[in-house]
Design a protein. Structure first.
Lengths: 114, 114
């Protein structure tokens, strides 16, 4: 079955540091890949996505590239801000794209210190 | 953007009591809502899919008599944990499907059963 393995947290960085949160997956077929973010007290929000190999999703300075050869979708940001403190979830969906087929990682808590 | 309101955000109850969690879509109609559960350091796991006006579809291993789901209107789904026990302590989160296949998440409910 499908699974997502995500870098364990918590991760604590200083402002303007470089961020990488690793995510690898196991899936049949050609899944779509997602990063969701949950800010304190809010619901999960879609941060970025990629639907096919070598696609790069980007949003708010975050990037992730769909690497089929390494089955990875690592999240990166060149210079984090205090406002990026949140929990980040990697997820995949089957080729059908149905929300019912979303498989999540365990989440990574990021804290950015001023 | 679309907002999903989930209430309560945190609840502590005694073993044997029932707890109701509400999930409302505030500015759109959701024919389908999803309920997830997350144990510490584990992934968000889909529990059930809630369809307005019909019975919920439960994932394998989820007891439908213990986790009662009601989706009586296009903007409200409820999850009732009946006769809660300490092993039911978990983080519960809902999501609502909007047109175009987009998903919007609630902020989650942390349930602690004493």
């Amino acid at each position: 079955g499908n699974s997502v393995t995500q870098m364990e947290g918590p991760v604590t960085l200083s402002e303007e540091a470089f961020l990488t949160i690793n995510c690898t997956y196991t899936a049949t077929g050609y899944p779509s890949l997602f990063w969701y973010v949950q800010y304190p007290g809010e619901g999960l929000q879609l941060l970025l996505k990629a639907t096919k190999a070598d696609d790069k999703g980007s949003n708010k300075g975050f990037e992730a590239t769909y690497r089929k050869e390494t089955t990875s979708f690592h999240l990166e940001k060149g210079s984090v801000q205090v406002s990026d403190s949140a929990v980040y979830f990697c997820a995949l969906s089957s080729s059908s794209g149905s929300a019912r087929q979303l498989t999540f990682g365990s989440g990574t808590q990021l804290t950015v210190l001023p | 953007g679309a907002v999903v309101s989930q209430h309560p955000s945190r609840v502590i109850c005694k073993s044997g009591t029932s707890v109701k969690i509400e999930c409302r879509s505030l500015d759109f109609q959701a024919t389908t809502m999803f309920w997830y559960r997350q144990f510490p350091k584990q992934s968000l796991m889909l529990m059930a899919t809630s369809n307005e006006g019909s019975k919920a579809t439960y994932e394998q291993g989820v007891e439908k008599d213990k986790f009662l789901i009601n989706h009586a209107s296009l903007t409200l789904s409820t999850l009732t944990v009946t006769s809660a026990h300490p092993e039911d302590s978990s983080f519960y989160i809902c999501s609502a499907g909007a047109t175009g296949g987009k998903l919007f998440f609630g902020s989650g409910t942390q349930l602690s059963v004493l």
